[in-house]
Design a protein around this ligand. Structure first.
Ligand code: ATP
Ligand code: MG
Length: 331
């Protein structure tokens, strides 16, 4: 089976953007691929996280993975800091990556701007992501559009490493991004020029997967729109309405055309209220399962088991890398 790897940061409660852009796809891939899904808590600490909140959110995210349909019998589910090979491989990646290459990353530039003090970890972030991916020989990486540039960096790294150390063989697998055709970039509900992010300081800008129905309805009602007054899919001139169409379409499995036909002249009020109903309908059953799982021993057991499996694969790849670059001494 072809291999899949992806992860989400416990930097907040995942949003419907995370779900539509990446997490929903995780579930669909389980049957036909060898899937490994991580909760990347070491990525989260590239900016300050309150310790107690971080550990709670880590567990929360794991529970959501399973509540939305990941099956530990089919997928390896684990916490990044349980597998030391990630940080070890990231160091090797860092030593073969130019500072300039990292400084060019738009996520770095965006996030650095918002920090009073920029950590070296924030700059190094993509190297850890390269490590995550290569350790599992991952061929396909289901992610949102914003991760495309980091995937390109990963592909360049793999070429460089294989050329330098492979002696004509491919030591590492070159991954490809898997980005959904629509919904790969869900926008902020308050500012349709920026993407929806779970770490946004303005909580009205995103809907989290655990928001209560009345909060969801309120947030969609107060989402910014435009003065056109007709529902069209026009990302340039009506980005906010197009964003709501992307959300509605992804969660209902109805085509954008179909939705535009129905709502074109019904007014924004009716349109928004039906989008809100759809969001509530999608996440209510997930939330129910989430609450059953989050404090269970079963969840801990799944993560311990997942770490065991992940450690085996990751350690094997790390050894291969160390041997190739001469981090060995035994004859
Ligand atoms: P943060 O603000 O802390 O970076 P985030 O919302 O960007 O949080 P990540 O954990 O960085 O979430 O990303 C998890 C996955 O969700 C990635 O595959 C990313 O590409 C995807 N993703 C993030 N935001 C969006 C979005 N607005 N639309 C679609 N996919 C998204
Ligand atoms: Mg992000």
């Amino acid at each position: 089976k072809p291999t899949i790897f992806s992860g989400v940061q416990p930097s907040g409660i995942p949003t419907i953007g995370n779900y539509i852009g990446a997490m929903k796809g995780f579930v669909d891939l389980q049957d036909d691929y060898e899937t490994t899904y991580c909760i990347v808590n070491q990525h989260a600490i590239t900016v300050y996280q309150d310790p107690k909140t971080l550990s709670q959110t880590t567990r929360l995210l794991a529970a959501l993975y399973i509540a939305m349909g990941l099956d530990p019998q089919k997928s390896t589910i684990f916490i990044q800091s349980d597998v030391p090979a990630h940080a070890q491989a990231a160091w090797i990646v860092l030593c073969q990556t130019g500072v300039g290459e990292l400084e060019r990353m738009t996520q770095y530039k965006d996030k650095a701007q918002k920090q009073e003090v920029v950590s070296a970890g924030l700059l190094a972030y993509p190297a850890l992501m390269v490590a995550d991916i290569i350790l599992y020989d991952a061929q396909y990486i289901p992610v949102g559009e914003d991760q495309k540039q980091h995937l390109e960096l990963t592909r360049n790294f793999v070429d460089r490493f294989n050329n330098r150390y492979g002696n004509g063989k491919d030591l590492l697998v070159k991954p490809e991004p898997m980005i959904p055709k629509s919904g790969g970039r869900i926008l902020s509900l308050q500012d349709p020029t920026s993407k929806m992010s779970k770490s946004d300081a303005n909580t009205k800008a995103f809907i989290s997967m655990l928001d209560e129905p009345k909060t969801i309805i309120k947030k969609i009602k107060s989402a910014v729109t435009d003065s056109v007054g007709e529902v069209n899919y026009d990302k340039e001139n009506q980005p906010a309405i197009s964003n709501l169409l992307d959300i509605y379409s992804a969660l209902s499995n109805r085509s954008i055309d179909d939705l535009v036909n129905e709502y074109h002249s019904l007014g924004y009020g009716k349109f928004k209220s039906d989008v809100a109903d759809q969001v509530v309908a999608t996440f209510e059953p997930i939330q129910q399962k989430y609450h059953q799982l989050v404090n269970s021993q079963e969840l801990t057991d799944i993560l311990v088991e997942g770490a065991k499996t992940a450690n085996e694969t990751a350690t094997r790849t790390l050894s291969r890398m160390e041997k190739a670059i001469g981090l060995t001494y035994k004859p």
